[in-house]
Design a binder for this molecule. Structure first.
Ligand code: ADP
Length: 165
């Protein structure tokens, strides 16, 4: 069975991520979206919230599952018998960091390969951070997110504004 892992923060999942997920699902028997439980970055959404949003937006894809993980990505792949890491490339600015990570992962786990999918041009400028920034300034974000995700972002930003979170 060919199993790929698409790792990331997904804080929150955007239509750019969704595009990569749909395309990856066609290429592999199974795709595991690995949501990084990262203690360095401070996310807007908890890891459970990020996992739940991803489950909702991928509910129509039977060979996609969502899990959170901590620690080394290559160990997460080994635990899941996965052979391939999938990453999206938007612009050259992504390239240097992605290349460094792919090469490091390959040294740690030579049996695992990283593949890159170039972004859909429609979403080449899109990032979770940009969406959050626009949302905090009350701008329109509906063109970047699935409707159920947009709703959660709006609610979270409102909670923050009220100082309850
Ligand atoms: P990370 O913190 O690991 O970069 P992200 O959630 O920001 O996590 O991104 C996860 C993956 O999705 C990365 O490979 C990133 O390059 C890719 N990605 C993010 N936004 C887009 C987009 N608009 N189009 C294609 N790929 C994207």
């Amino acid at each position: 069975m060919r199993i790929a892992v698409y790792p990331g923060s997904f804080d929150p999942v955007t239509l750019g991520h969704g595009d990569i997920i749909e395309r990856t699902a066609k290429m592999f028997d199974k795709v595991i979206i690995g949501v990084l439980n990262n203690n360095v970055k401070t996310p807007l959404f908890s890891v459970e919230e990020r996992v739940n949003m991803l489950k909702e937006v991928t509910a129509h894809l039977p060979n996609v599952e969502v899990q959170s993980f901590e620690g080394l990505l290559v160990e997460f792949l080994r635990r899941n018998d996965a052979q391939v890491i999938v990453r999206g490339l938007r612009a050259v600015t992504d390239f240097e960091y992605e290349l460094q990570m792919a090469q490091t992962n390959r040294v740690m786990a030579p049996e695992i390969d990283t593949i890159f999918l170039t972004t859909n041009l429609k979403y080449s400028y899109l990032s979770s951070s940009i969406v959050k920034e626009i949302a905090f300034y009350d701008g329109q974000i509906s063109q970047f997110l699935a409707p159920e995700v947009e709703e959660r972002v709006r609610a979270k930003v409102a909670e923050r504004a009220e100082g309850t979170v």
